[in-house]
Design a binder for this molecule. Structure first.
Ligand code: PMP
Length: 494
């Protein structure tokens, strides 16, 4: 048992040595930190023994709750064998088993979706040179069957999963003899991670503008942010005019674009911006029409968050790249995977001297402990029928959102499954936002914390993203506290 003096020491040492991510350290130094010592189910306990409801799944990663026996066991079992060995020039048992399971899971999820004819879809018809392709192997998942995403490239976080997709997409065109495809198209308000490539395709000025001189240029298409439409239109009368804008960019510039990157259904860190129905499918159709690759960044939306295993499934979309991380290990271990098609993989095959090798890899790529955890998670999805159990909770959340939208300072509410955002405004009629310096989101989070709930806002947007395993009772408690905290902070009730 930790004695209080030890607790104070931990707090001091934290402030002396740790530089926290996405945190103004001056504020951190002025505040009493919460130091987590333990977790169970949807709760985290601090060093003083106080329990908190984990309202954002420990930054969107936790799926089955903390200290989940099956995942604990899988990691311990693997620890009894080997903790780590490299995938550079070697393979390992959990990485192999997981790759197969991921391809099957993605295939099952997307099999109802369009099944692309690998040979005709990503055409190199614009190329002056003809593509040299050997025949793909007759693997059961090759040639686009079962969703078409049949090659798994591991890394260890969401940003690297995205970097890999960007680099592969760029090099795919080089290897197929198509010149000039040196950039990407991405969305306003997009967030794809913090490495420089991922930041280049990001669209959140507050996070990304400072690095401008370091970034490569991309084409930017409007965010499907209906509440604050960049084009000044209104949904549904607009008939999704932002897709029209995307098309005009592609019409003019597709020959310079390697791929489009998108967070399917929900732009997360940009403020929980849910795209209107048919936007994702429309985007996919435009990628086909203008012959560019599509990267679906499902780092946040993947593994059940939106009510289906992958968000792409909602609109029958199969991308050329699927970036996965966060929930892949249920929030236990750093792991990511970039899935792609036989077509892309094949473009990189050649003689050693052809220099078609994908020169990319991280030290912990395919880490056996992380892969063992991920395998246990995919088992849990099946055994505990996690997705089947979500509809009641989603209905509960949606009813609460509707009710909460009536509050004086709630401008908009949005969700996709159990991923939700509540946008606070100073003036509901004019949609005038709170000045970001007021930190209204943080004020709400502080009230919630005092009531035993941990949430982390995105500017004026309150994020709600509990572990999928949360009970209806705990979800009700989480929502009750958040609503009270919004009222406390925005209407000055103490
Ligand atoms: N893509 C998306 C859609 C994300 O939400 C995030 C993280 N919030 C990332 C990429 C980056 O993931 P990581 O923080 O693991 O690098």
């Amino acid at each position: 048992m930790t004695i209080p003096d030890d607790n104070r020491r931990l707090e001091e040492i934290d402030k002396r040595y740790i530089w926290h991510p996405f945190t103004q350290m001056k504020d951190w130094l002025d505040e009493k930190p919460i130091v987590i010592a333990e977790g169970r189910d949807c709760f985290l306990k601090d060093i003083y023994g106080r329990w908190y409801l984990d309202g954002v799944s420990s930054i969107w990663v936790n799926v089955f709750g903390h200290k989940k026996k099956a995942i604990d066991r899988a990691i311990k079992r693997q620890l009894g064998k080997v903790a780590h060995s490299t995938l550079l020039g070697l393979s390992n048992v959990p990485a192999i088993n997981l790759a197969e399971k991921l391809v099957q899971t993605v295939g099952k999820s997307l099999q109802k979706s369009e099944v692309r004819n690998q040979k005709s879809e990503i055409k190199t018809k614009n190329s002056k040179q003809k593509t040299q392709k050997s025949n793909p192997p007759s693997h059961p998942f090759a040639k686009g069957g079962m969703g078409g995403l049949c090659k798994v490239f591991y890394s260890d976080n969401g940003s690297t999963a995205v970097e890999i997709a960007l680099k592969m997409a760029f090099q795919y065109w080089k290897h197929t003899g198509v010149k000039g495809r040196n950039t990407f198209i991405s969305l306003s308000n997009a967030y794809h991670g913090d490495t420089i490539g991922a930041v280049s395709v990001g669209g959140i000025d507050m996070f990304h503008e400072a690095f401008g001189p370091l970034l490569f240029k991309t084409y930017r298409t409007p965010s499907p942010y209906c509440y604050r439409c960049e084009l000044g239109r209104r949904y549904p009368d607009c008939r999704i005019a932002c897709l029209g804008k995307m098309e005009s960019i592609l019409k003019a510039h597709a020959h310079k674009i390697a791929a489009l990157i998108i967070e399917p259904l929900m732009q997360g860190a940009g403020g929980m911006i849910a795209s209107p129905p048919a936007y994702l499918k429309g985007t996919r159709d435009l990628c086909h029409k203008y012959n560019i690759l599509m990267i679906a960044d499902e780092v946040a939306t993947g593994f059940g968050r939106t009510g289906k295993m992958f968000a792409c499934e909602h609109e029958d979309v199969v991308p050329d790249f699927l970036c996965l991380s966060k929930g892949i290990t249920g929030g236990y271990m750093p792991l990511a995977a970039t899935l792609t098609t036989e077509e892309v993989y094949h473009a990189f095959l050649g003689e050693f001297k052809d220099v078609k090798t994908f020169f990319h890899g991280h030290s912990y790529t395919g880490n056996p402990l992380a892969c063992a955890a991920a395998l246990a998670c995919l088992d849990l999805f099946e055994k505990e029928r996690i997705l089947e159990g979500l509809s009641g909770k989603i209905a509960l959340l949606e009813a609460w959102l509707k009710d909460t939208s009536l509050l004086k300072h709630v401008g908009d509410v949005r969700n996709a499954g159990l991923m939700a955002g509540v946008e606070l405004v100073r003036n509901k009629r004019t949609k005038e936002p709170y000045d970001w310096k007021e930190k209204m989101g943080w004020q709400v989070a502080r009230h919630a914390r005092e009531k035993g709930v941990l949430i982390r806002p995105l500017g004026n947007v309150i994020v709600i993203m509990p572990p999928l395993s949360i009970s209806e009772q705990n979800l009700e408690q989480l929502l009750k506290v958040i609503k009270e905290s919004i009222t406390d902070a925005t209407e000055g009730r103490k």
